[in-house]
Design a protein around this ligand. Structure first.
Ligand SMILES: O=C(O)CCC(=O)C(=O)O
Ligand SMILES: [Fe+2]
Length: 269
């Protein structure tokens, strides 16, 4: 084959490969969508009754609020057992920025469907909407960060200072439910603290188990300090948005970020 023909063939082959991979992804998403609708039918009736939202809610004027003791103890204990079963995690290591385990949205469908049902539940969506003062919906199925488990379980696991990227046209909110936070050597909580810069000052946002933190991560700089030995901290990290449609260039950036956290397959999602 001549060099010119080769130059023409390579992009052609790459384009076909990309299309095949995207089609395969399409099949995966169709399966997940089916799974979600069955799961929501099954668990929704349960998840909708998992908790009663508090009647008095804090103001969102600082773009960050938290609610302690969200779930009744038996529900929290059940979700903790789901986490214990799901911890066949993918580690991600972005030198200088992030070290820890992550279970993506897609994996959670198989490993912890209750957590996905909780994310999709109307009761949680309504609570988050009431807290932030605008109507929000879950972010799309192909966004691996829509609902993921963040697992801090090795010394120095952490996330450096960052804003959460907003890949959508609407406003974007991060919702964290702490499922586990312990220091097995000294007792009490781990040393992995969530810190947020609010009004120019760094504040520690307490995250004992069963705390819901709702914040506008694209506007509030935050980080998680390093975990110590004999400690574990697990957060259910969920994102909601006022308009989950995305311009093409943001969709491309979202794939780049998902790749760093969840591997090469995010490229064709
Ligand atoms: O683990 C935490 O508390 C924060 C994680 C985080 O930055 C996020 O989910 O955006
Ligand atoms: Fe974040």
């Amino acid at each position: 084959m001549s060099t010119a023909a080769l130059f023409l063939a390579i992009p052609g082959v790459a384009a076909v490969m990309f299309l095949v991979l995207r089609l395969k992804r399409g099949v995966v998403y169709a399966r997940l969508r089916r799974q979600q609708s069955q799961m929501i039918d099954q668990i929704a009736t349960g998840a909708e009754r998992w908790f009663t939202p508090p009647t008095a809610l804090p103001f969102f004027s600082r773009r960050l609020v938290s609610l302690a003791n969200l779930l009744p103890m038996p529900i929290l204990t059940h979700l903790q057992s789901v986490v214990a079963g799901a911890r066949r995690d993918e580690r991600s290591y972005i030198p200088g920025h992030k070290q820890g385990g992550t279970i993506s949205y897609e994996q959670l469908h198989a490993l912890g469907p209750e957590l996905v049902a909780f994310y999709q539940s109307r009761v949680l969506r309504d609570l988050v909407s009431d807290l932030v003062g605008v109507r929000v919906v879950p972010t799309p199925l192909h966004d691996q960060s829509s609902c993921s488990l963040l697992i801090y379980d090795r010394p120095r696991d952490h996330i450096g200072w960052h804003y959460d990227h907003n890949f959508y046209r609407g406003r974007h909110f991060t919702v964290l439910l702490c499922l586990l936070n312990e220091d097995r050597i000294h007792g009490g909580l781990s040393s992995a603290h969530l810190q947020a810069r609010i009004g120019g000052r760094d504040e520690v946002i307490p995250t004992p188990p069963n705390t819901l933190v709702v914040f506008e991560g694209a506007q509030v700089l935050h980080r998680v300090t390093g975990l110590g030995p004999g400690q574990t901290r697990v957060q259910l990290s969920m994102t909601y948005c006022t308009d989950p449609s995305a311009p093409w260039y943001k969709a491309l950036i979202r794939r780049g970020k998902d790749m760093a956290y969840f591997g090469i397959r995010a490229l064709w999602t």
